[in-house]
Write a protein that binds this ligand. Structure first.
Ligand code: COA
Length: 150
């Protein structure tokens, strides 16, 4: 598997980006301002993450997804560690990520990768998404914010 930056002339792996973020409008908004990285196996795109500079010396992983057929094999973890190394290499001092209160697996993954919870944006998903989202039998309402010093 290779992880590399997506070239500007290559198509966006929209099916993967929408796995992590059901709002195509939000995805199209941040993809223009951020950098997209892909994981490939035999020329097939199986994973993606997007890094977006937010404040001075701070970058956020705004999208992270692994093809459903390849989940649970450690690829998500490799992508998060790649994003951390990438941000460090480019001189950022803080990396952030956010996920829903109902995203139990993602909260586990990010904390295993060294992120700590810094705050909660209450009702974020109610304000920004028209459809109700349920995961693990829990309604997704609040955005859990996590960060890591680099
Ligand atoms: N409880 C505890 N740990 C869990 C867990 C759970 N419910 N679900 C996952 N984990 C752990 C795994 O055990 C693994 O830890 P380990 O390496 O110590 O065993 C770690 O999280 C990562 O697993 P990994 O195989 O690298 O994850 P993945 O390749 O399946 O990718 C996602 C993770 C989230 C990127 C993938 O599931 C995905 O694309 N989901 C849909 C899109 C999405 O939700 N994106 C994130 C939006 S915030």
């Amino acid at each position: 598997m290779e992880i590399r930056k997506l070239n500007s002339n290559e198509p966006l792996p929209l099916h993967l980006l929408l796995l992590a973020d059901p709002s195509q409008k939000l995805v199209e908004g941040y993809i223009k301002r951020g950098q997209c990285f892909i994981a490939e196996v035999n020329d097939q795109v199986i994973g993606v993450y997007v890094l977006l500079p937010t404040r001075p010396e701070t970058v956020e992983i705004v999208n992270l997804a692994v093809d459903e057929n390849y989940q649970g094999k450690g690829i998500g973890k490799q992508l998060v560690f790649h994003a951390i190394q990438n941000a460090t290499l480019h001189g950022y001092k803080t990396i952030e990520i956010g996920t829903g209160n109902s995203s139990v697996g993602q909260l586990a993954l990010y904390q295993k990768c060294g992120f700590r919870i810094t705050g909660i944006d209450r009702d974020f998903f109610i304000r920004h998404y028209t459809e109700e989202i349920f995961e693990n039998g829990i309604q997704c309402r609040d955005m859990i914010r996590l960060s890591q010093d680099l």
